[in-house]
Write a new protein. Sequence first.
Length: 184
Amino acid sequence: MADAIKITPPFTDEVVENLKVGDRVSITGVIYTARDSAHKRLIELLEKGEELPFDIKGQVIYYVGPTPARPGEVIGSAGPTTSGRMDAYTPQLLDLGLKCVVGKGQRNEEVLDSLKKNKAVYMAAVGGAAALVAKSIKKAEVIAYDDLGPEAIRRLEVEDFPAIVVNDCHGGDLFKEGVEKYKR
């Protein structure tokens, strides 16, 4: 992605603090997938005092439930899912050091406040371009909750995964700023 900010997880506070609303980013490295069913299980583990299936500190969770891979492919279609379904779980994971979540759509106030408090960021992946996003995924393996099928937690190795900063850790909100910018 031309003119994109190249970043590699795990993210530090400094990396996140330098990201601003509207920045186009290109992520290369390891990211994780999880949707609502997996998030529910992660929170249940925490409530029981058990460890999560991966070290969440500095990490990226992509809200996706990919389709099965065709023969010779790493993953099937891998477009973002609606982020609001994870709003009930996100603040607790951000409190544990999660630095970035990627999906589509707006987030609630509790999530926005938690992004600021925890120096974290919310990004949007390109909706409607699931095949394009899938091309940036070089390796995919299920690491937890295989019984959830597409909603299992996967460890993805990505190269130039495209995303746009929607909510930064400074309180910026692309949805609000974008509307203001183009109001008549």
